[in-house]
Ligand binder design. Structure first.
Ligand SMILES: [Zn+2]
Length: 167
């Protein structure tokens, strides 16, 4: 976010650039995993308004998944521990205060996005842990996260589709 300049942004609705300005800031709750336990944090989100078309859009940091109350690192951490088989699934879910169903949804989403990103051939050769390690070792996660959005039109590990742009 350090190099972020609203006036250089391209509007995702009308595609014009140079028309975005700060509109408002709002608080959002996000569940993170800190010092071994789930913690709900309040973070500030910036909302921009485009003077070209009048639409507003939120600028989400990479660790935020749209429509998810859980942070990206929380989910990746749950998956990493599951892939490493360090404990039973029951105790894993208990430690992270999530249901088994939630875990299965995340694991399924992760596999689907992994395949969309790698393609079927490469996907069959990389395990979930392999892919997770690749992501974790990226020097700049934001490059991956932006490329993922431009390839699929949604964020990595986003489970709900974006609403269609209003006309
Ligand atoms: Zn616009």
């Amino acid at each position: 976010m350090d190099s972020f300049r609203p006036e250089r942004e391209t509007c995702p609705i009308c595609g014009s650039s140079g028309n975005c300005h700060v509109h408002a800031y709002y608080g959002r709750r996000i569940i993170d995993f800190i010092h071994g336990k789930p913690v709900t944090q309040e973070i500030t989100i910036l909302r921009l308004v485009c003077e070209g078309c009048g639409h507003t859009h939120a600028v989400l940091p990479d660790m935020i998944i749209p429509y998810s109350s859980y942070g990206l690192f929380f989910i990746l951490r749950v998956l990493a521990e599951a892939f490493l088989h360090r404990s039973s699934l029951e105790s894993l879910c208990e430690r992270f205060c999530i249901t088994m169903n939630q875990f299965y949804r995340w694991r399924q989403l992760f596999s689907r996005h992994k395949q969309e990103w790698l393609g079927i051939l490469e996907d069959s050769e990389a395990s979930g842990l392999d892919f997770l390690l690749v992501i974790a070792q990226l020097p700049k996660f934001s490059l991956f996260s932006r490329s993922f959005i431009s390839k699929t039109a949604y964020s990595f590990l986003q489970s709900h589709q974006n609403p269609p742009p209003m006309t």
